[in-house]
Design a protein around this ligand. Structure first.
Ligand SMILES: NC(=O)c1ccc[n+]([C@@H]2O[C@H](COP(=O)([O-])OP(=O)(O)OC[C@H]3O[C@@H](n4cnc5c(N)ncnc54)[C@H](O)[C@@H]3O)[C@@H](O)[C@H]2O)c1
Length: 469
């Protein structure tokens, strides 16, 4: 009997120690996310959550970068009441001239022209008759241009992604805080019709507590690779691993999850498949071997937030497949999905009886009928779309969302309102490029997402667009 008790005790001790060891292997201590440097906010510098600037009747704009993307912005601005195009800049004079012709066609005065040198844009930024510098150059030039423009006392708006490294991101945040200037990333996808309607439904509580959001940039770029100035986009893909174009997926996902308006991203993990299609393209089309090509064929990132929510982001500019930004939102009462077919699935009690036809048939096991979807989309049409949809569709730009983005930027500046997207959105959405690279280089280890607001992520409760009352 004594022997049996002894055996039992030994087994129990061994089991307990084994158990502790295996649990120990999974303690928070072992799996602390990799941290990047976060310096304290420099003395005398103030956060810019909710930043406003004095109202202005006319928003005077200077454009830098008139390649494939820039001229369409110039064209859109000719349709925005209260916007005045003052200056245009590109390395190439013929590109500036093409944009002048857009102004001619719109019947507005020609703008001051800057070109011919790498630094001509600095003279544009130094003008004292410009309020806003609008940047649509390649990724590597964005941060220095934004910083210089803010230092010259200008608000800035910059194409996506507006900053590529942690150093650039922090420099941009610090400059915006030091100068107290607006610094907005031109993320157009947050204004698309399905996304904004879904955001409104979520904000009205129809989908319940939102627990998961998904987004992506899936767009095979074979038709475009040869069109970028000096091959900048291919060069960036050749030399960088990670999700280097994350903002189209991140924007709508972060807005619906109130990131830095009551929640914050804590850490991410990333995984990619090996690069195959672009190296093959380089060999076939350019006769070029690319054994060290860095950017993965398909990159996936998962993010966990302070409030226990999750985000899934994907990047794939290589694979032969249909365009998709994935966009899914999952709440406790319902689900929204944009690609390949837009649809909603709702629990029966998500909306009141009488709100939609055949209310008794609602079940989250299947998508609502087209008839119900139409009723929902009309009922929850966002006030921004109610005001702008018709004009936006006429002016165009990715179906109208680009015009809405520019219009909102000018509207908020004119009325002294906080912009829809602030410098912390820019920082959070852009941080995926350097942080996913760090995760991938460490076997998909968790990487901490810094709080770019440095303590102010919970000051505002819930993301909302600002309007004049
Ligand atoms: N939001 C969207 O849907 C969307 C769509 C397309 C492109 N973009 C973004 O727009 C930006 C521009 O892309 P693109 O396709 O027009 O590239 P692009 O290569 O066609 O154009 C870049 C332009 O910048 C100019 N430029 C470069 N250095 C300059 C300098 N020092 N001074 C003045 N001009 C300079 C080039 O001459 C060129 O005309 C990128 O950030 C891209 O990711 C966004």
């Amino acid at each position: 009997m004594k022997q049996l008790i002894y055996l039992f005790t030994i087994t129990a001790v061994l089991f307990a120690s084994c158990n502790t060891d295996s649990q120990k292997g999974k303690t928070a201590e072992t799996f602390q996310p990799i941290e990047t440097n976060v310096s304290a906010r420099p003395a005398g510098q103030k956060h810019v959550v909710g930043l406003t600037s004095p109202k202005m009747d006319t928003v005077r704009v200077g454009f830098i970068g008139l390649g494939m993307r820039g001229p369409s912005a110039v064209q859109r601005f000719t349709h925005i009441p209260g916007a005045k195009i003052v200056a245009l800049c590109d390395l190439h004079p013929d590109r500036v001239e093409k944009s002048q012709q857009i102004l001619d066609k719109a019947g507005v005065p020609r703008a001051a022209a800057y070109s011919g040198s790498e630094d001509a844009w600095k003279e544009l930024c130094q003008r004292d008759d410009i309020d806003l510098v609008y940047i649509a150059t390649d990724w590597k030039r964005h941060a220095q241009m934004m910083i210089y423009a803010m230092e010259q006392g200008k608000h800035v708006a910059c194409e996506v992604p507006a900053a590529m490294t942690m150093e650039e991101i922090w420099d941009v945040v610090n400059t915006a805080e030091r100068t107290q200037k607006h610094c907005m990333q031109l993320e157009n996808c947050v204004y698309d019709f399905f996304e904004l309607t879904t955001l409104n439904m979520a904000q009205q509580g129809v989908l319940g507590d939102i627990l998961y959001a998904e987004g992506a940039y899936i767009h095979q770029l074979e038709d475009f690779w040869d069109s970028y100035e000096n091959d900048w986009r291919m060069e960036y893909n050749k030399t960088h691993r990670g999700d280097i174009y994350a903002t189209h997926g991140m924007g709508p996902a972060c807005q619906v999850l109130d990131i830095h308006r009551g929640d914050k991203m804590n850490y991410l993990v990333a995984m990619d498949s090996k690069p195959v299609s672009i190296p093959a393209y380089l060999k076939e089309k350019r006769g070029e071997e690319a054994p060290d090509f860095k950017n993965g064929q398909h990159t996936m990132t998962m993010i966990r937030t302070e409030n226990g929510k999750t985000i899934h982001i994907q990047h794939d500019v290589a694979s032969p497949r249909p365009y998709s930004r994935m966009y899914q939102v999952q709440g406790t009462n319902g689900f929204a999905n944009k690609y390949p077919n837009e649809g909603y699935a709702l629990k029966a009690d998500a909306v009141e009886a009488g709100t939609v036809p055949n209310h008794e048939n609602l079940s989250a096991h299947s998508y609502v009928s087209d008839e119900v979807k139409k009723v929902l989309m009309d009922k929850y049409k966002h006030p921004i779309h109610i005001e702008l949809e018709e004009t936006a569709k006429k002016v165009g730009g990715h179906g109208g969302m680009d015009f809405i983005m520019d219009y909102r930027l000018v509207y908020c500046l004119q009325n002294g309102l906080p912009l829809d997207m602030d410098v912390y959105d820019l920082a959070e959405w852009c941080s995926l490029a350097p942080l996913t690279a760090l995760s991938l280089e460490n076997n998909s280890a968790p990487v901490a997402v810094p709080d770019f607001t440095r303590g102010h992520w919970n000051d505002v409760k819930g993301f909302r667009h600002a309007f004049v009352n």
